[in-house]
Design a protein around this ligand. Sequence first.
Ligand code: MLT
Ligand code: MN
Length: 303
Amino acid sequence: MSRLRVIVLGSAAGGGYPQWNCRGAVSALFWDGDTRVEERSQSSIAVSSDGENWALLNCSPDIRQQIISTPALQPKQPPRHTPLASILLTNGDIDHVAGLLTLRERQAFRLLATPGILEVLNDNRIFDALDRDLVPRQPVALGETIPLVGEVVAEIFPVPGKVPLYMEKGEPEIGAESETTVGVKISVPDGPKLFYIPGCAHVPAPLKARIAGADLLLFDGTLWQDDEMRRAGVGQKTGHRMGHISMSGSDGSIAAFRDVDLKRRAFIHINNTNPVLVRDSPERREAEAAGWDITYDGMEIAL
Ligand code: MLT
Ligand code: MN
């Protein structure tokens, strides 16, 4: 029997797939009904050791639809109930925190994040819609072992990133490691372990060493190519400028993790311009040939 269950609630990056206002080449396939692509909501996973009580990693603006699509997360007892025990945030980006506003309605759960990420919520009064008596904000330190739900424990560590887009003032520092962008190790005692890293600007050697031997890596799959958004004509920003390493190329994530021992590796937080979203595209085949899965909404992984 598996000891750790994972449900990919949302496999897309900020904006989802398709993005509401996007008719770039990849998004247009969806609007035109092409069966090689499927709808994807914004990045978040759920984890559990008993299948009854769950923790979320990040809380996307699509959480309501994700719960509707996921029987395990639906209320089980009248009059009000949730199988969600806790939510751990990996940064303060809109695609990872805006769903908290949907989870108002006086329901208790624990909200966990680094002090740096909690500061974003504390500075923004709209999040006071979540009553702190019911939804305590629990600061967690880098390296601390955090009980999440059931037997599941988490440990967070800094990864190269940047401040959230809406907090940028001038040119932000890209790739600095701080507690505003973290990766998460999820495990059960003497059991499997997975790493969830939905945003990461590059892959330094200590990060590779940290994740080596894991049962599963869920990693930043935002872009295939650094200048992909420019090429698609949807924006000027590079992946690097957004704090996301690309998948392809000699300095990409596929190459960076090639020699790292992992039982399973999969991309999550995939942008609506990324050609791996298209089944049978050359890029999708290249990623799969290198051993990577492309996650999809509703994907369940038992470890
Ligand atoms: C990102 O991952 O770079 C952000 O979610 C971008 C955004 O907030 O739109
Ligand atoms: Mn994002």
